[in-house]
Ligand binder design. Structure first.
Ligand SMILES: [Fe+2]
Length: 326
């Protein structure tokens, strides 16, 4: 800003005689008065998030993925996935304030290129036999019921040695990374990262069987907040909390809410979730979104297992975490 313009600006603000004039001058200088009443106040008595509860049914998603398999070559698409856009935030590629989820498919014999990005990512395998990820050079199997992690900036690509299409659920913290202005992304210089080792047992893979064994040892919450629950340790992905929860047939959790944004992916069984004013009947493969501070409860119709992805660790770190049950 040159000196003449600067002097003009000082004189203009010094000469202001009305509040409207002050507001106009402040706006010209990219400022806003903190004392005015706003349609959407900055501070509210409690969270008033703009995201809404949502439910995606796998039986609808799967044929859409199959259509994508017919129409989209995985070599042209970086990933053949369908992203779950929250109905109240259609202009954003986001499922909750901090998380984005998707369903993805790969056909036998296909390979999805290797890349890496700062957002952390994970996969819950819904239907796959013979599919795999290559995570930092290690070939990691992806079988039905597994959870596979790719922490931020780890190279990862996918392949499929099996006979039938593979389907999985993806969860990433992309909206958070965007908000923080920390997105980095890079394609692998060799396009497909070479496999240097094969690891059936990897700290980045939770196998269905070991998840089931650990759930056998877990007990439901004594006050009915949740069923038998185990945490899936992901120390390299500190923004996301991952857990598996088993609800036996007929179990109902207490109505509750927390400041964490949650996404549930049903890995076994069927049931019903009430969230806000909505009621969702869910089955294996479905995704349910529970935005922060909206009351919800779950009921299992059959023995069920839910994968839970949330930003709870982030909320706890910031000391914003609150929980209450009716
Ligand atoms: Fe990725």
């Amino acid at each position: 800003m040159n000196e003449t313009v600067s002097l003009e600006r000082i004189r203009a603000i010094q000469g202001v005689e009305t509040l409207e004039g002050l507001y106009d001058e402040a706006r010209r200088q990219d400022m806003t008065p903190g004392w005015i009443k706003r349609d959407k106040p900055i501070l509210t008595a409690e969270p008033t998030g703009s995201y809404v509860p949502a439910h995606w049914q796998y039986e609808h998603v799967k044929p859409a993925l199959d259509a994508a398999s017919r129409l989209v070559d995985v070599h042209l698409a970086e990933r053949r996935n369908l992203i779950l856009c929250n109905p109240a935030a259609k202009n954003r590629v986001a499922t909750t304030e901090t998380l984005v989820c998707a369903y993805q498919t790969i056909l036998p014999g296909e390979s999805a290129r290797s890349h890496r990005h700062s957002p952390h990512a994970l996969r819950v395998i819904i239907d796959a036999k013979g599919a795999y990820s290559i995570v930092n050079g290690e070939k990691t199997p992806m079988e039905t019921g597994d959870v596979v992690l790719t922490p931020g900036w780890f190279w990862h690509g996918h392949g499929h040695d099996g006979q039938d299409p593979a389907y999985w659920f993806d969860g990433l913290d992309v909206p958070l990374t965007q908000l923080l202005g920390s997105i980095f992304y890079e394609e692998h210089p060799q396009e497909f990262e070479p496999i240097v080792s094969v690891g059936a047992d990897s700290p980045f893979r939770f196998k269905r069987d070991s998840i089931a064994r650990n759930l056998d040892q877990a007990k439901p919450h004594p006050e009915g907040h949740h069923g038998a629950r185990i945490a899936l340790a992901a120390p390299d992905m500190p923004t996301m909390g991952l857990s598996m929860e088993r609800l036996s047939a007929g179990t109902k959790t207490r109505r509750q809410r927390s400041t964490a944004n949650e996404v549930l992916c049903v890995t076994e069984g069927s049931g019903e979730t009430s969230v806000g004013g909505d009621r969702y009947k869910w089955r294996r493969g479905d995704t349910i979104v529970i935005p922060a501070w909206i009351k919800h409860e779950h009921k299992a119709d059959t023995d069920a297992v839910l994968f839970r992805l949330s930003d709870e660790p982030l909320m706890r770190f910031a000391r914003y975490y609150r929980f209450e049950a009716d």
